[in-house]
Write a protein of this length. Structure first.
Length: 293
């Protein structure tokens, strides 16, 4: 090759490389635009790859550095599955990143003044009246521990100015207490059922002073009031037919009476004595009349 030919080649080569250098900035953006973005895990640690045009499952697996079978298992796909550009395929799962919890800045507690102490007034003594109705089985006007409560008794509590309360007993929750009553005079009445006999007063007046607490029991009995019965006395044998009284306990006094047998035995004697006295009187009268004649 002659000197002229070598010089011509050098000129041609310099022109070519000069044009390439001039066009290099135009090629760089094109190459950078075709570079795929680096896959990064999301908040749950899953890495996705976006399907590009003309991509295949084998190419995505090779690009992601995993085997084709792993790519299929991660996405629950088969080898003949169809993919479209824009689809997101899982190419890896890593531990999710834990964002550090910011430390709470210390807060300065506000200084509060101590509360002003308040004086709570102490409650005074309660003024109350408690009512109870009971079945007075022994009729003594006092409730015994074995005597039950009485249901259906209506109480009315009133003053000279107004009715304070009305209450009907249920026979379970009594005594019923009226509390925080003002001092004064109160009238209390109770109802009387059909066939019921009261064993104590059913209309009472109560004078309350401050702090008084009064319990009132109202007794009643359906039917007649029971009367205590005495045990019939046994007469001693030596007192039969005598007039000496026999004392039973401390209250009852029983007088003995003659027996029927004794009365029947003395009756003939009395009849005979009467006849004899009559004959004597008649004879005496005849003698007197003759003497006068």
């Amino acid at each position: 090759m002659g000197v002229k030919q070598r010089g011509l080649w050098l000129v041609l080569l310099s022109c070519f490389f000069g044009n390439v250098l001039l066009l290099w900035p135009k090629f760089v953006p094109v190459l950078q635009a075709q570079t795929l973005p680096t896959a990064t895990p999301d908040a749950e640690g899953i890495i996705y790859d976006v399907v590009q045009p003309n991509d295949s499952l084998w190419g995505i697996a090779a690009r992601s550095g995993i085997a084709l079978t792993e790519l299929l298992d991660l996405n629950n796909l088969t080898e003949d599955a169809l993919i479209q550009p824009g689809d997101r395929l899982i190419v890896g799962i890593v531990e999710p990143l834990v964002s550090p919890t910011p430390e709470a800045s210390p807060t300065v507690a506000a200084t509060r003044e101590p509360p002003t102490p308040t004086v709570t007034p102490q409650p005074g003594p309660v003024t109350a009246v408690c009512l109870v109705a009971f079945s007075d089985e022994n009729g003594n006007g006092e409730r015994e521990p074995t005597e039950p409560l009485q249901a259906g008794v209506a109480f009315t509590v009133f003053t000279t100015e107004a009715v304070v309360a009305n209450y009907v007993t249920d026979g379970i929750s009594e005594p019923y207490c009226l509390t925080e009553l003002a001092p004064g005079d109160y009238q209390i009445t109770r109802s009387v059922g059909r066939g019921e006999t009261l064993t104590n007063s059913g209309n009472r007046t109560v004078i309350l002073a401050a702090g008084d607490q009064v319990m009132l029991g109202f007794g009643g009995l359906v039917g007649s009031t029971p009367v205590p019965t005495a045990v019939p006395p046994t007469q001693p044998a030596n007192l039969i037919g005598s007039d000496v009284p026999t004392t039973i306990g401390s209250d009852a006094v029983v007088a003995a009476t003659p027996s029927a047998t004794e009365n029947e035995t003395g009756r003939p004697f009395l009849i005979g004595a009467g006849i004899l006295i009559g004959i004597l009187l008649i004879g005496t009268a005849v003698l007197i009349s003759r003497h006068r004649t």
